[in-house]
Design a protein around this ligand. Sequence first.
Ligand code: PNS
Length: 178
Amino acid sequence: MPPKKRIAIYPGSFDPLTNGHVDVIQRALEIFDEVIVAILRNPSKKSLFSTAERLEMIQHSFNGNDALKVDCFDGLLVEYARIKGAVAIIRGMRAISDFENEFQMALMNRKLYKDVQSVFLMTGLRWIFTSSSIIKEAAQFGGDISDMVPEPVKTKLMEKFPLLEDKLRLKPTKKGTR
Ligand code: PNS
């Protein structure tokens, strides 16, 4: 019998996906056979992008990688992990400030379901300051976030924020600029 696939769930809001998330996903793909990026459907939380838009942006950012799946879930994360047969829940760690909340969530998840392990992956140093919320805030006022998000996310942010669209459309190409 072939060995059982080691599946990890990477849950989150992903409103939207950032290069920091991408970095964590790539690290997780080196460890697990399959990584499921699971978007929480949370009608009580105000989000910029619909769940369907978030799902599509993640799929487009990872086109062609069979080990990566994208899905949505609601209710308890550990219940979703149990149904999927996952062995791990991945969370990205940027700084100490993330720790307390993540620690609390991991312990609660373990209490609720002991057969899934929380695995924390450090993002690359260059993404330590990025978050979906700070990127949305900058983009809203035309801040150039183009090297902080994958291309499909940049396109969608430009659709949402006309100031960003103007800024990036007028941006000179690298060649010939200082
Ligand atoms: O990207 P986020 O917003 O930090 O992700 C938080 C998320 C989705 C991982 C967390 O809110 C979650 O797992 N929600 C589902 C409900 C649940 O199971 N909570 C944990 C038990 S306290």
